[in-house]
Write a protein that binds this ligand. Structure first.
Ligand code: ZN
Length: 316
């Protein structure tokens, strides 16, 4: 990467920047956390959009000691994870968590899933113009597992990726900016199908997975999303694990019924996989670096970054 050691041993500011545009506190750690930590460790400035405060996550009351609300607890967990991953800035959009598909929280007036798409696109566009990342990451087209907030962020980020370069869209006093690459974090279908086949052998129902038994993994495998980039995260797997541990209120403790599941987890532990949204991938593309082919930035100075309401530094 381009970070250069200075005579004093410090690392000079890098002109490379990455923006992950996600929905809840924990998406960054349970999702592409290894990739975020890997690039941060290589000197890339890694930014995160967290669109909601995770208000409706289910939490054991024991975790709430010292916090007034679930959202407050989850903000503290996100701050901890941001430090573990080496995130530069967390940009909060301030929406309300919409809960799982079909829950009444989907309809709440401030819910991300109920917000007009254009309003979310405008907010993401603004962050892209501020941060000026070469590489943008978001959810895959089905929001990983059909979570309405994840799907909203996929839609908004895809639209904002293109809108940010267009001076006629959402003029905000910032210079238009065109990021170079867009990726969707997704799971290898081959791996996921193996998991779905093996789960019944462990007494688990792939149609009712997760802490609230509300994730249908079988439905997820029906969407065949291609993989265009495989990132080896063995060097950052520990950071990802530390960040995931920060989200203790959202972690299953009794969810390891056998060696087989642990073996499967280990199998997928050192890789994160991405589908490329832009530029359009050639058939059979397999990248191992999300910055492959990225032209150097014109300027390493982020645009008005500290002045934005709701921008919060993580771990600095
Ligand atoms: Zn989420």
């Amino acid at each position: 990467m381009t970070a250069e050691p200075t005579p004093g041993g410090a690392v000079a500011p890098s002109p490379l920047r990455m923006l992950a545009s996600l929905a809840h506190p924990d998406d960054e750690s349970f999702g592409p956390g290894g990739t975020l930590a890997l690039y941060a460790s290589r000197g890339v400035e890694v930014h995160l959009i967290c669109a909601t405060r995770g208000d409706v996550g289910t939490v054991d009351p024991s975790y709430l000691t010292g916090f007034d609300t679930v959202a407050e607890l989850r903000q503290a967990e996100l701050e901890c994870a941001g430090q573990a991953l080496g995130l530069h800035v967390v940009h909060q959009l301030g929406y309300r968590d919409s809960g799982m598909p079909g829950s009444p929280d989907n309809q709440h007036a401030h819910a991300l899933a109920a917000a007009p798409l254009e309003a979310v696109v405008e907010k993401v566009t603004h962050v892209i113009r501020q941060v000026r990342p070469q590489v943008v990451i978001t959810f895959d087209p089905i929001g990983g597992y059909h979570h309405p907030d994840h799907i909203r962020m996929f839609e908004a980020t895809l639209a904002a990726f293109h809108a940010a370069a267009d001076p006629t869209r959402f003029p905000d006093g910032l210079e238009p900016y065109r990021p170079q690459k867009l990726y969707y974090h997704t799971f290898s279908r081959r791996w996921l199908k193996l998991v779905v086949r093996l789960m019944p052998l462990l007494g688990m129902n792939p149609r009712a997975w997760g802490r609230n038994n509300d994730i249908d993994l079988t439905a997820v495998t029906n969407h065949d999303l291609p993989i265009h980039a495989i990132i080896d995260i063995s060097d950052s797997a520990e950071a990802k694990q530390l960040a995931s541990a920060c989200h203790a209120s959202q972690t299953d403790e009794d969810d390891s019924p056998g060696f087989l599941l642990n073996w499967l987890r280990r199998l997928g532990r050192n890789q994160e996989t991405f589908m490329r949204g832009y530029p359009e991938p050639a058939p059979g593309l397999r990248e191992t670096d999300l910055f492959a082919g990225v032209a150097p930035a014109r300027s390493s100075v982020a645009n008005g970054e500290a002045e934005t309401v709701g921008v919060r530094r993580a771990g600095l």
